[in-house]
Design a protein around this ligand. Structure first.
Ligand code: ADP
Ligand code: MG
Length: 241
């Protein structure tokens, strides 16, 4: 579904991403892990078109992402959902309005249809009873589950998550990880930047370990956590686990 070939993304002199290549297959759950500043977010932002790499190619379902080809970005946006660390819900709209806004405006759905879909996903994340609340009445974990439901309303084929639980109080992390685990079980293709090693270990098919903008190690999750091959991955795991 995603093929990244040797991308470089530079901020001034700093190579935030320095020659990364990776592939994500349909239905795969891939976790990107690594120290702070290693380029994880920048890789995700290149994949979802928010950053443009200086060199290298990104193919989404075999279509090259290319500024000269507006369709390629349009297709990308219709395929991908993105969930950030901060939920970015609109504070002046109810939960239901947050979920129906884009389906109505971008996908030209009727209000009724958009609401029906929104309620289906709210139920899936366990928050149907909050549909008429405003975001400030919700806990952090609930907001993040609403943000996930909002993304799902756009019917994405791939979900990208950038540290979706790192702004949450510990007791709310689990409820969000459970929603993500269910999505994974249902076969969603997912790329997840996370510091939750338990999640990576149990849910990921594959783990990619980044440092200084480069992939240092890549392996199936079980092997990676049992026997990291590189000293840098070992040191990282010793620190965080
Ligand atoms: P991670 O998500 O692994 O913590 P990032 O991808 O956010 O790492 O950042 C990688 C490097 O690029 C860091 O050194 C960071 O400071 C730098 N960086 C990221 N985004 C920008 C930006 N918009 N402008 C300048 N430097 C940036
Ligand atoms: Mg980051």
């Amino acid at each position: 579904m995603i093929k990244v070939e040797n991308i470089v993304k530079q901020f001034n002199k700093l190579k935030a991403v320095d020659g990364v290549s990776l592939e994500i297959k349909k239905g795969e759950i891939v976790c990107l892990i690594g120290p702070s500043g290693s380029g994880k977010s920048t890789v995700l932002r290149c994949i979802n078109g928010l950053e443009k790499p200086e060199s290298g190619q990104i193919y989404i379902q075999d279509e090259l992402l290319d500024e000269k080809n507006k369709e390629s970005y349009k297709n990308l946006r219709s395929l991908m959902g993105f969930v950030f660390q901060h939920f970015n819900l609109f504070p002046n709209m109810t939960v239901l309005e947050n979920l129906t806004l884009a389906p109505i405006q971008v996908m030209n759905k009727s209000k009724e249809e958009a609401q029906e879909i929104a309620c289906k996903y709210l139920e899936r994340v366990g928050l149907l009873d909050k549909k008429d609340e405003y975001p400030n009445k919700l806990s952090g974990g609930q907001k993040q589950r609403v943000a996930i439901a909002r993304s799902l309303c756009m019917n994405p084929q791939i979900m990208l998550f950038d540290e979706p639980t790192s702004a949450l109080d510990p007791e709310m992390v689990i409820e969000v990880l459970e929603v993500m685990q269910e999505l994974a079980n249902e076969g969603m293709t997912m790329v997840v930047v996370t510091h939750e090693m338990g999640f990576a270990r149990t849910v990921a098919d594959r783990v990619i370990f980044l440092e200084d903008g480069k992939i240092v190690e890549e392996n199936n999750a079980e092997e990676f956590f049992k026997h990291p091959n590189t000293q840098r991955a070992q040191e990282f795991l010793n620190k965080v686990m």
